[in-house]
Design a protein around this ligand. Structure first.
Ligand code: F6P
Length: 528
């Protein structure tokens, strides 16, 4: 058995589960009238309520002890200090430095990265301001529309944040293209004028197939109407300067970042340019400050009062001790509809691993399956299963006290959100259901709730960083490397072999029996 603290604490944690397994959460509230206060944490205007969980102070303290024994504090310091904790790629993990307003040096390979970060942020701010105020001129004058072309971390974070912060969009209109399906780009550009459109090609590697294909198609679309003037309609966000130059984007319109920024953690870097153009550099700084506030809290708050640590421990409690494999996330805010998709990449690409840092196979379950939908839409889709299904799915609810439209609508959202978590917890007995078993809710189903005043750059930045650190906490305690993504490689590697076989005249034969059958059928479709 591997030497993980989680393994060493297995018996104690199982005993805790045993102790609580016949206690309903409602009884826990009854025996501790102060349970909400004891089991909620506030940081900088964001409240994290974790009182609706199958957890009490004693079980949380065993989990916290396990986390201490598992070296969480040491790993946390190592990450912030720039140690190369991404061991399979021999890289530091420093997205926290990107949002640090301080000039205090952080050294990577003998170089102070803080100077580079601030210098690049200033370049971005200058460019973003010039696009926003119209002093950056393209063929048709002022830029009216900006299209971010990227995928994965070069799309999900910027797209989700830009959409969530739409209220603050006082610059050009933002659009996002990710998929290699031609319609993803075509459906957007059909409404745009190439003369006033700026494309941002966002790709850390600048080799990602979908992004390169879309960028080439966008270039063709602009060149068809503007010829030689197309150049000013493109800028790039990448760590690969050679490739951006080869694509024809000048260095002055290329914004860089570094190998110690993981793709799914890159919105705080140049990858955030689309968001910065949308909301302006000052609000982008507020977004970074919100995340920095979460960083400070994560670094300094005691384990049991530390939002991302408690989130991570509750997740481990359910995944490894109670055996719940799924985690749902429901933002009650229409504009935050991409939050679950953003979280899916963050969590599942980081912790969907079965090999430990040591190279051994893990004996424990790791990253949960994440899914979700905005409230109240999800209520009319899959909440049936959340309430009465045979799989217990812990839920995270996120909601702001005030919205940007009519407050009456917000109150409807708020009451729905509270009603759902209450129903999950309280349930309904057979007696209360007039002896109708179909109307019984067993209840005792866990959830966390984030409540904050408004969706602002600051609060959104903070929430995102809390989730990033929650993922980190779990990765450390599972003994895996949360910062590589080898699992996405194999499919990519097979592409060059398969693509030529799509040609009906191809003589190549697939080795996989199913692919062979599918190709045969495909060729028939193509010829019919
Ligand atoms: O899907 C794998 C991945 O490498 C992600 O980790 C990354 O966010 C995405 O592809 C896009 O990569 P890039 O920014 O290099 O185009």
């Amino acid at each position: 058995m591997t030497n993980l603290a989680l393994n060493q604490y297995r018996d104690r944690l199982n005993a805790e589960k045993q102790r609580l397994s016949h206690t309903h959460m409602c009884d826990m509230f009854e025996s501790d009238p102060d349970r909400f206060n004891n089991m909620s944490i506030e940081n900088d205007g964001v409240i994290f309520d974790y009182s609706k969980n199958r957890l009490d102070a004693q079980s949380l303290s065993v989990l916290a002890e396990m986390a201490k024994a598992g070296g969480l504090a040491e790993m946390r310091s190592a990450m912030f200090a720039g140690d190369k904790i991404n061991t399979t790629e021999n890289r530091a993990v420093l997205h926290t430095a990107l949002r640090n307003p301080s000039e205090k040096p952080i050294m990577v390979d003998g170089k102070d990265i803080m100077q580079d970060i601030h210098a690049e942020l200033s370049r971005m701010a200058k460019f973003a301001s010039s696009v926003r105020d119209g002093s950056y001129l393209v063929s048709g004058g002022k830029v009216t529309d900006v299209v971010n072309i990227g995928i994965g971390g070069s799309d999900l974070g910027p797209r989700m944040a830009t959409q969530s912060l739409r209220e603050f969009n006082d610059g050009p209109k933002l659009h996002f293209v990710a998929n290699s399906d031609a319609t993803d780009l075509d459906d957007i550009v059909e409404r745009l004028d190439p003369k006033t459109t700026l494309f941002i090609v966002a790709s850390k590697s600048f080799t990602t197939a979908e992004t390169m294909l879309n960028a080439a198609n966008a270039k063709q679309w602009v060149e068809e109407s503007l010829g030689d003037e197309a150049g000013r309609h493109f800028c790039a966000l990448s760590t690969n300067l050679e490739a951006t130059q080869a694509f024809g984007i000048e260095n002055e319109r290329t914004f860089g970042f570094w190998d110690w920024v993981g793709g799914r953690y890159s919105i705080w870097s140049a990858i955030g340019l689309s968001l910065m153009i949308s909301i302006g550099p000052e609000r982008f700084r507020e977004f970074l400050n919100g995340a920095h506030s979460a960083d400070q809290h994560f670094m300094n708050a005691p384990f049991e009062k530390n939002i991302p640590i408690v989130m991570g421990l509750i997740g481990i409690w359910y995944r490894n001790v109670w055996g719940f494999p799924v985690q749902a996330v429901m933002p009650y805010d229409s504009r935050m509809s991409r939050f679950p998709a953003w979280l899916q990449q963050l969590d599942m690409e980081s912790n969907g691993k079965s090999v430990l840092k040591s190279g051994e196979q893990t004996e424990l379950d790791t990253g949960p399956i994440i899914f979700g939908e905005v409230g109240t839409n999800g209520q009319h889709a899959f909440y049936q299963l959340l309430h009465q299904g045979t799989t217990i799915i812990p839920c995270d609810f996120l909601i702001a006290a005030t919205g940007y439209g009519r407050q009456r609508n917000r109150d409807v959202l708020l009451s729905n959100c509270f009603a759902q978590s209450e129903a999950l917890m309280d349930g309904r007995t057979l007696e209360q259901a007039d002896n109708n078993p179909h109307r019984v809710f067993e209840g005792n189903r866990p959830s966390n709730t984030f409540l904050f005043k408004r969706v602002t750059p600051h609060s959104l930045g903070m929430l995102m960083a809390f989730y990033e650190h929650k993922v980190f906490v779990q990765g450390v305690l599972w003994g895996i490397n949360s910062f590589d993504q080898w699992g996405v490689e194999l499919g990519k590697e097979l592409l060059p072999t398969i693509e030529p076989m799509l040609d009906v005249n191809s003589k190549a034969i697939a080795t996989n029996g199913s692919t062979k059958g599918l190709l045969k059928a495909l060729h028939q479709f193509k010829q019919s």
